[in-house]
Design a protein around this ligand. Sequence first.
Ligand code: SAH
Ligand code: SF4
Length: 379
Amino acid sequence: MPTKTPLLDHLPEDWPGLLSSVKPVPAYRARQVARWVFRHNASEWEAMSDLPEDLRRAWAQRWDLSLPALLDEQVSRDGTRKLLLGLSDGARIEAVLIPRADRATLCVSSQVGCAIGCRFCRTADMGLVRNLTPGEVLGQIRIANRLLAERPFRDGSVDGVESPLLNRVNHIVFMGMGEPLANFDTLVRALKILTAPDGFALSPRRITVSTSGLAGRIRDLGESGIPVNLAVSLSAPTESLRGTLMPINVHHPIRAILDACRTYPLRNRQRITFEYVLLGGVNDSPDQSRQLARLLAPFRSKVNLIPFNPYQGSPFVRPEPERVLRFQSILLEKGVTATIRTTRGEDILGACGQLALDPALPSQKESSNWKTIDCSMPV
Ligand code: SAH
Ligand code: SF4
C-alpha cells in the first residue's frame, strides 16, 4: 500500500488528479473536499458528510489531512494567543495569533530553528533543525482558524466603534521562527495555496514575508507573481555594523539587498517595510538614524522600529523610550515613514519565532526576558 502523504502539500488545482489516482472522480468532488478543508477547517475525512463513504475511506488510506498537535496555548490579557505546535516527527514550532480591531493576524514559522545566526535573535541559538513543509506552514493557519471558529474574538471597542467578531485568520506574517526565503519552494507553494480562490482565498495584500535579506530570493519572490508585502530586516545603516550583527551581510550586503528591493514589484501605494531592531548603544544613535534616512530616501518604504526584546544570555539591551522616539523623529523629519512596533502579549511572553519548552533553554513561562514582538503592525 502506498504511504499516506499530506494533501495540503499540494496545490488545490492538483487535487482532482491526486484524488483520482486513488479512484477516478469528477472534478467537483475535489472542490467539495477543498471546501471542507479550507472553509470548514476539516481535518478528518469522516467529517465530509456530503461525500460518499467509500470515497472518503479510500482517500483516508492515501491522503493525510491531520493538523499539528496543539501542545500548549497561552492567552494574553490583550487577546494574543501563543500556540505551541508539535509536528509529526516531534519537532515543535510556534505560531502567534494577534487579534486587533478587524484583523486576526497569524505570525507563522517557516523553519524549525534558523541558520542565519543574527546576534540579537534567540532563534539563532537553535541553529537550523529543518525546513517546514507547505502542509506544516498551512497547518499553523488551519489550527488557528479552528480555534477562532470555536472561540471567536472581539477586540473591545476601538475609537468608540465596536470591532467585528473575528472567527478566521485574515492576515498572515512570516515573522515566526526561521528564514522564509531560505525555504523558498515551501514558501511559494504555501503562498499559492493561501491565495488560491479554491484554497484559503486570502488576498496577497494581507500577507507579509519578512526576510533577513537573501538578495537573489527577494528577486525570485518578486518574479513569482504573488504580490505579497515584503519586509526586510535591515537593523543597521552601514555594511560594517550590519556585518557584526547579521553574519549574512557577508554574502548579502546592504547594497545587494537594496538593489534586489528596487526590482520588487510594488502596486499603488504599496511600500517595502524595513525592519530595524533597535539595540541600545549599538545602532540607535541620532547619527545612525540620519544614515538610515539617507539610505532609504530613494525607496517607497516604511521603517518599522523594533525595540530589542532581551533574553537570557544576550549582550544587548533595549534602548530607553526617549532614544527610540528620537530615532523615529529624525527619520520622520527626513521624510521617511517610521513606526515603532508595539509589544503585544507581553504577559504570556508572546513572541514570534521563539522555541518554547526546549529543555536546553530556560522555560518560556519562567523567563521574563523573551523577545516579544507585535506582528500585527500594518506593513
Ligand atoms: N527571519 C526573518 C523573519 C523572522 S524574525 C527575518 O529575520 O526577517 C522577525 C523579526 O524579528 C525580524 O525583523 C528580526 O530582526 C526581529 N527580531 C529578531 N530578534 C529580535 C529581538 N530579540 N528583539 C526584537 N526583534 C527581534
Ligand atoms: Fe533567523 Fe530572522 Fe532570527 Fe535572523 S532574525 S536568526 S533570520 S529568525
